[in-house]
Ligand binder design. Structure first.
Ligand code: FE2
Ligand code: FE2
Length: 369
């Protein structure tokens, strides 16, 4: 009997066999081309959430949910271009309203968060790891990863703040640990120690203690932030961001939180920044002023308290539309994640901290008699 000649297997047939074994050859360049070659494609789209649409919904939520389960009456701003949720692919921004007398129970999670206050007063506060942080307008309060936090409104006015979290990043890493506190509110330090951590992170620190350096539950008061912006008003600023300041961790000099960098940025009357793009994404909130941010072909025209996002690797520039008034933007960036991994890039140039340190004056020459 003559042995039948074995027909050569086609590449298509071989590919099908590999697929059945959950393997794929790198010669399938179609997918490789889309995912790897040609640089990053911006994740999500540029989008703007108008305060005139957000605020009425917050008020309505107070009627529809009169007694919130945890008083976390929060909306997330969801990017219409992202299937997995998030305001950008790494950041989630939302807005929250807490009524007089309400308490948001204490809990903690591996998702890092921060609050930027829109409406508040000294009797609205967040307790973070026992530290009482008053929430006055435009204060920034950090609730770092795995820190206990509960929110209180002991005033007679509703309070509103912005929540920004690294939730899409942490969920993407599949690391969402969560724990509720035994009881609805934390023990707080005695009132004389209410500013315990703030006192230990100033420029004068106790010599007899070894202070905590990371995950500090800090409060950056607007009074100090605005004063620093005014102090630097006449500086040149960044050609791409205007007068942009980073809220730093005072113990490390590094980013606000290990995953999040918070900025306050002033665009002086008529200021228009140069166009650039970077591998980081950002979410913005308009503290005051009117302007526009052009992202790719999209014009995001903003007014006070609007919020918007700039996806990663999207060309963008900011413009203050007013010739007489300044514009102030609060923003949160995922830059620290990328910098630690060596994946932070900018085009057309590295502008972040591009200024060299001031040179040291030359040593005076000793006169020779
Ligand atoms: Fe929380
Ligand atoms: Fe930028």
């Amino acid at each position: 009997m003559v042995a039948q000649e074995r027909r050569a297997k086609t590449l298509e047939e071989f590919d099908v066999e590999l697929e059945a074994l959950h393997m794929r050859g790198q010669w399938k360049y179609d997918r490789l081309l889309v995912q790897v070659i040609g640089g990053p494609k911006p994740a999500g789209i540029p989008y703007l959430w108008r305060w005139e649409e957000v605020y009425p919904k917050l008020v309505e939520a107070c009627e529809i949910i009169p007694e919130s389960f945890t008083a976390r009456r929060n909306f997330s701003f969801l990017n219409p271009g992202l299937e997995r949720g998030g305001t950008t692919h790494t950041l989630l921004m939302g807005v929250q309203m807490i009524k007089p007398g309400e308490l948001a129970w204490a809990h903690r999670h591996t998702i890092a968060a921060l609050r930027f206050v829109i409406r508040g007063n000294a009797r609205v506060f967040t307790v973070v790891d026992g530290e009482v942080c008053p929430m006055e307008p435009y204060d920034l309060i950090l609730t770092p990863r795995w820190s206990w936090h509960d929110h209180h409104n002991e005033s007679d006015e509703p309070a509103i703040w912005l929540d920004v979290l690294d939730l899409p990043f942490v969920i993407g890493m599949n690391l969402p640990f969560y724990e509720t506190y035994p009881g609805d509110r934390q023990q707080v330090r005695r009132s004389s120690e209410a500013e315990y951590l703030q006192a230990r992170t100033s420029t004068l620190r106790p010599t007899w203690e070894r202070p905590k350096r990371e995950h500090l539950p800090l409060r950056y008061s607007w009074k100090e932030t605005e004063a620093q912006l005014r102090r630097l008003w006449a500086s040149e600023g960044s050609p791409y961001d205007g007068l942009a300041l980073e809220y730093v961790n005072p113990m490390t000099g590094g980013s606000t939180l290990p995953t999040l960098s918070c900025w306050i940025q002033m665009l002086r009357p008529g200021e228009q920044t140069k166009r650039h793009r970077h591998t980081s994404s950002a979410v913005y909130f308009v503290v005051r002023g009117e302007g526009k941010t052009i992202v790719g072909d999209e014009e995001l025209v903003w007014d006070q308290h609007d919020a918007f996002c700039v996806p990663n690797w999207a060309w963008h520039q900011h413009i203050n539309r007013s010739r007489t008034e300044e514009a102030i933007l609060f923003s949160v960036h995922d830059i620290p994640i990328l910098q630690v991994l060596g994946l932070y890039y900018e085009e057309p140039e590295n502008s972040l901290q591009r200024q060299a340190a001031p040179s040291v004056p030359p040593v005076p020459q000793r006169e020779i008699a």
